[in-house]
Design a protein around this ligand. Structure first.
Ligand code: ADP
Length: 244
């Protein structure tokens, strides 16, 4: 489903991604862990082409972008639709209702009719447990509810892959569970997911594979139980000792 080859990203002189290679099969959940500044967010943003990689080849669902060549805006736009991104700070439109937030992408970007988009949005909001909050504004919701709107909004674009960038790290601890539950349900339905998170329980329960990144490279990848019980690399051991 996803193949990343030799992905590099530089911000000015700072080389943040130093050659990432990664393959993710359809329906798998990959959790990405690693110290702050290791390039986890940048990798997700490159997959969604919110950042333009310096070089590298990314294939998602048979569409390929080779960033060592010029990539057209049109190709980027169609590639971006393959992935849905969920952000740490929800990024909802504050002046739009919950329902309008979820309808916005399909109507504006995909040109879907308002009635059809509204019906689908309602279905998605019911799925994330917010069927009774359609006319609320984001500021009237808890952080956990806002993030569930964020997930519904990403799903509304019918992506092939869902990318989660620390989706629970801005939440009060008692609100984390409701968001993780929605994510686990999605995983069970067979959604392909890449999740950057510090929630090691989620990694243990829901991940098919855990990837440890440090210094802009993938240091180690393994099944969660092996990653947590018997990490191979020194750098992984040191990191896990600090957080577990
Ligand atoms: P992580 O998600 O692992 O914490 P990030 O991908 O957010 O790491 O950041 C990796 C490095 O890239 C950090 O040093 C960060 O300051 C830098 N960085 C991220 N985005 C930008 C940007 N737009 N401009 C300059 N530097 C950036």
């Amino acid at each position: 489903m996803i193949s990343i080859k030799g992905l590099h990203k530089q911000f000015g002189q700072l080389e943040v991604l130093k050659g990432i290679d990664l393959e993710v099969e359809k329906g798998k959940v990959v959790v990405v862990i690693g110290p702050s500044g290791s390039g986890k967010t940048t990798m997700l943003r490159c997959l969604n082409v919110l950042e333009i990689p310096t070089k590298g080849i990314i294939t998602i669902d048979e569409q390929t972008l080779d960033f060592s060549k010029n990539v057209s805006k049109k190709n980027i736009a169609s590639f971006r639709r393959l992935t849905g991104m969920v952000f740490q700070n929800y990024n909802l439109f504050p002046h739009k209702t919950v329902l309008e937030n979820v309808m916005e992408g399909p109507v504006i970007v995909k040109g879907e009719g308002k009635q059809a988009a509204s019906k689908r949005a309602q279905g998605l909001l019911e799925k994330v447990g917010l069927g009774d909050k359609l006319d609320f504004y984001p500021s009237q919701l808890s952080g956990g509810q806002q993030q569930r709107v964020g997930i519904a909004r990403a799903l509304a674009m019918e992506p092939q892959v869902m990318l989660f960038d620390e989706p629970t790290s801005a939440l009060d601890p008692e609100l984390v569970g409701e968001v993780l539950k929605v994510m686990k349900d999605l995983a069970k339905e067979g959604m392909t997911m890449i999740v950057v998170t510090h929630e090691m329980r989620f990694a243990r329960d829901a991940a098919d594979e855990v990837i440890f990144m440090d210094g802009g490279v993938v240091v180690e990848r393994n099944k969660p139980e092996e990653m947590f019980e018997s990490p191979k690399e020194e750098r992984t051991k040191r990191f896990l000792n600090m957080i577990l």
